[in-house]
Design a protein around this ligand. Structure first.
Ligand SMILES: [Zn+2]
Length: 159
């Protein structure tokens, strides 16, 4: 199944970050983007609109766009709702993480190739890490990894 692509509205930056961690292509509009611009981008790039705004949701649906309306709930429940609404629960855990900062794809790089950007300690711990193809940000399984795993586990338990 081809995973859907997403466009989160301004209120859902945290959702965008988590969808990216889970490997979904989720764009986030620039701060000045209007609702019209958000809908136009979603239409042009065939993206599912993620919004907490009833009005924006209705407008998206009237334009024939796929959209998910999120109500106030814990993060893991919101993410689970998105997967369930779109019937893509089976994609959970199957995709490679994307850059949380810019939504770029990650590539595996040898630590020697990025040694000038890495603390020495990491050079000793890892032989390979991941780098965003778009913005160059580096990723490794650091101390925050346990928290990420914990949230992913909560998401899975809501599916
Ligand atoms: Zn990036």
């Amino acid at each position: 199944m081809e995973p859907p692509k997403f466009l989160a509205d301004h209120m859902n930056g945290d959702i965008a970050r988590w969808l990216r961690i889970m490997g979904f292509d989720c764009e986030y509009p620039p701060p000045a983007a209007t609702d019209d611009e958000i809908l136009t981008q979603a239409e042009r790039e065939s993206r599912v609109v993620i919004t907490s705004d009833r009005e924006l949701y209705s407008r998206a649906r009237r334009r024939g766009l796929n959209a998910v309306l999120l109500v106030d709930a814990p993060l893991e429940q919101k993410i689970a709702k998105i997967l369930k609404d779109l019937h893509i629960e089976t994609l959970y855990g199957t995709l490679s993480p994307r850059c949380t900062a810019c939504n770029g794809e990650l590539e595996r790089v040898h630590t020697l190739d990025v040694r000038d950007q890495l603390p020495k300690k990491l050079m000793r711990t890892f032989r390979y890490i991941h780098r965003c193809k778009r913005c160059g940000r580096l990723y490794w399984e650091g101390t925050h990894w346990k928290n990420i795993k914990e949230t992913l586990r909560k998401i899975a338990s809501n599916l």
